[in-house]
Design a protein around this ligand. Structure first.
Ligand SMILES: Nc1ncnc2c1ncn2[C@@H]1O[C@H](COP(=O)(O)OP(=O)(O)O)[C@@H](O)[C@H]1O
Ligand SMILES: [Mg+2]
Length: 253
């Protein structure tokens, strides 16, 4: 994608219903400079780069599957670390928000290593864990990075008991509430790796589908097999071969 030799693919609870409604209309908004997005390999939505075209292709294929199945929530994970979960989640979410009838909420659930906000050069004082641990209102956490129909629920500090939070009643109710309130919203969750902690597994029952990211030349076959096996009771929507070398450029469904 944005470097010379790799390609993307080819490749609620506390707070009432009304609270959540207010949050989405009072979300803090600030324009992140394009130069910062480019530095983080985040697509800007309006450019004509190869990577934007590839993410749009991925978006269209995933959108179709989600529509056909009536799904609105998608979690992105991978067998191991640094295989491209966060970047894929962000660029997929931005591509989906470009569909005019669609808004997207991107949630950072890699609670041990939150990194979505950083990719927008943003260092929030409160993150999703503060909503869970200190009852900080969502309105103080959500932000819009200057892209239409796109909202981020970021993380900030790493927390230890993350899998307990991910499978807590408060978390389940938050997901259900976010799903029910808006018919034309997709929610994308950036999860930790499946094989490193039990977080992804603990959260997987609460999403409609899962997208697995593997890194071409790095993810081992047995790691992928193990990850798929661990997630077998979930709807694995597809596997994105990230940072693909030219000859392996394909998305597998
Ligand atoms: N398709 C890609 N092409 C080039 N670099 C990529 C690609 N996907 C991810 N990266 C880079 O790899 C690193 C890890 O990506 P990230 O999305 O943070 O991984 P993870 O969330 O799985 O830990 C980052 O520096 C990111 O910019
Ligand atoms: Mg990540």
């Amino acid at each position: 994608m944005t470097n010379s030799n790799s390609s993307v693919i080819s490749h609620l609870i506390p707070g009432s219903l009304s609270e959540l409604q207010i949050k989405y209309t009072q979300t803090e908004s600030f324009k992140v400079p394009h130069s910062e997005l480019i530095k983080s390999r985040v697509i800007t939505g309006n450019d004509k780069s190869v990577s934007t075209a590839e993410y749009k292709m991925l978006r269209t294929r995933i959108s179709r599957l989600m529509k056909v199945n009536g799904w609105s929530t998608l979690a992105v994970t991978s067998p191991g670390q640094s295989e491209g979960k966060t970047l894929t989640s962000i660029n997929l979410a931005i591509s989906m928000s470009m569909e005019v009838d669609q808004s997207v909420l991107l949630v950072d659930l890699d609670l041990k290593k939150p990194s979505i906000a950083k990719k927008f050069n943003c260092y929030p004082s409160a993150g999703i864990s503060d909503y869970f641990l200190s009852d900080v209102p969502l309105s103080d956490i959500l932000f819009n990075p200057g892209i239409e129909r796109f909202i981020i629920l970021p993380g900030n500090e790493r927390i230890v008991n993350s899998s307990e939070i991910l499978s807590s009643l408060k978390m389940i109710q938050l997901v259900e509430e976010m799903k029910m309130r808006y018919a034309r919203r997709r929610i994308i969750f950036d999860l930790p790796p499946v094989l490193i902690t039990d977080d992804a597994l603990a959260f997987s029952p609460y999403v409609d589908a899962i997208l697995l990211v593997v890194e071409d030349g790095k993810t081992k076959k047995n790691e992928l097999t193990k990850a798929v096996d661990l997630l077998k009771s979930s709807n694995i929507l597809g596997i994105v071969v990230n940072k693909a070398k030219a000859q392996n450029q394909e998305i597998y469904y």
